[in-house]
Design a protein around this ligand. Structure first.
Ligand code: TYD
Ligand code: MG
Length: 463
């Protein structure tokens, strides 16, 4: 085999050189060079007569002439996981499972692997981080032993490819991408160039051999997957596994899916015997609310994918000892909180310039949609004025910069979930559509429509 040639490329400006340089002579940045394989010249193959395409034989064709393969999906047997994937793993796809170290990625794939192998699919598990006996111990603990599950400690991908040719598995689990390497590149495993080359290799193998591949990737300190998000654009699906390390709840969130909807979430609880699905997370997250309402707590309804979650938002506002006040947002996007506070100051007249503001979403959930704005604003306002929000009330609405309450999607779904969980009232944006208005009227939950933040204040609080 001819020796693979490599080049070093500046990740900032694209300058190429044959050896590593500490500083780019072109853009002047330090430590930006990574090694890349120079692709061998590819011979252009003309199609065989049977493959001859209508429009020509150079590889292009009319979209009408393309035959669709039937998409085969393999279910993991874990409903929450399947929903996040859009109905199971698509055959020959490459799924990246990303998350902080220790969050439970290996546990999840092993539990899913057990169900998949029990349904007759052969799995090869590359345990590059642990020894096969450690994997066996965990499998026994999780009751995930299966005769179709094969384990290898080999972390050189070219060697693994030989094992794949021999074993012919249906599934490949790579645990993790940071600890495997390609012999084509001299840099050590875990570097950006290794990760990129290995993912490329795995992607080609997945498509060529119709080998469904699950790649585990640790999120680095900066919150990126393996550094500068190198993997996300290459793979078919990216599923994030997140949660509060100090609590047992874990959320599985799809952030890219070539074969289904994104922003679906699955909720799990990490227990002694592995991960268990939580079918009704709202009930669980709200179970800790006491009998008495306390100032600074509100309930919001957020939609994640196809599911509605009811969550408690808490705010704490107090005089600051610092020259510039602190803003802490857990579970809420920081800039979103700043915007809500700015609206409260300008449109409601709340003076927060000398106040620290802490906000928290209970359950370790990250809220990404703006429909929670009004609930967050009311929590901050309630804490500032030391008043309680009405019991059994849900607050729904996005806040615009002029203090107006904007429409939200899936209003009926949110209200139905609130009604199901025993809530009696809901503050909602003004309904403009007759159809939605009629549907909402048919619900038992009492709705209070507001068009500005100031209107919501008089309707949300006790007394
Ligand atoms: P693991 O799947 O090894 O995490 P990752 O692969 O994301 O690094 O899970 C590690 C954590 O999960 C560890 O702190 C122990 C905990 N755990 C349980 O609480 N119960 C269990 O049954 C298992 C297998 C792990
Ligand atoms: Mg692991």
């Amino acid at each position: 085999m001819a020796k693979t040639k490599t080049k070093w490329v500046c990740q900032n400006c694209g300058y190429e050189t044959v050896s590593y340089l500490g500083r780019c002579p072109d853009c002047g940045q330090f430590s930006t060079f990574t090694e890349e394989v120079t692709q061998a010249k590819v011979e252009i193959k003309t199609s065989s007569p049977s493959n001859a395409l209508v429009a020509g034989n150079l590889g292009y064709s009319k979209i009408d002439d393309i035959k669709l393969d039937e998409t085969i999906r393999v279910k993991t047997g874990i409903e929450e996981f399947d929903r996040v994937l859009g109905g199971g793993f698509v055959e020959g796809s490459l799924v990246l499972l990303a998350g902080d170290p220790g969050i439970g990625k290996s546990t999840l794939v092993l539990q899913a692997g057990k169900n998949i192998s029990d349904s007759g699919h052969k799995i090869l598990y590359i345990c590059a981080e642990e020894s096969p006996s450690q994997v066996k111990l965990r499998a026994e603990r999780l009751n995930a032993n299966s005769e179709n599950l094969y384990v290898t400690a080999q972390n050189c991908l070219e060697e693994v490819l030989a094992q794949i040719d021999d074993l012919k598995p249906d599934f490949l689990i790579v645990d993790s991408i940071q600890s495997v390497f390609s012999a084509q590149i001299t840099s050590s495993s875990g570097t950006v160039s290794q990760i990129r080359e290995c993912t490329n290799l795995l992607m080609r193998t997945a498509k060529l051999k119709k080998l469904t591949t699950i790649v585990i990737g640790h999120v680095t300190k900066e919150g990126n997957i393996a550094g500068p998000k190198v993997l996300e654009h290459m793979v078919d699906c990216v599923v994030n596994f997140e949660g509060d390390k100090f609590r047992q709840y874990r959320m599985l969130r799809s952030i890219k899916n070539r074969f289904g909807a994104t922003s679906e979430v699955g909720v799990f609880s990490m227990d002694d015997c592995g991960l268990t699905e939580i079918k009704n997370p709202s009930e669980l997250f709200l179970s800790e609310i006491g009998e008495e309402n306390c100032p600074g707590c509100t309930i919001i309804a957020t939609v994640e994918g196809t599911r509605c979650l009811l969550l408690e938002v808490q705010a704490l506002v107090g005089n600051t000892p610092y020259p510039s006040p602190r803003r802490v947002a857990r579970g809420i996007e920081y800039n979103r909180l700043l915007q809500i506070l700015a609206v409260l100051e300008k449109r409601v007249g709340l003076n927060l310039s000398k106040q620290d503001v802490y906000t928290n979403v209970i359950g370790g959930v990250d809220i990404i949609e703006p429909a929670a704005d009004l609930g967050i604003a009311m929590a901050v306002l309630a804490c500032t004025r030391d008043i309680c929000c009405k019991k059994d009330m849900v607050i729904i609405g996005e806040i615009g910069l002029s203090g107006e309450i904007r429409q939200v999607d899936n209003l009926e779904k949110r209200l139905k979930e609130a009604q199901k969980l025993g809530f009696k009232e809901a503050i909602i944006p003004k309904i403009t559509s007759d159809i939605v208005s009629q549907r909402v009227k048919n619900l038992k939950i009492k709705t209070i429509q507001v068009s500005r933040v100031v209107d919501a204040i008089s309707k949300s609080f006790v007394g």
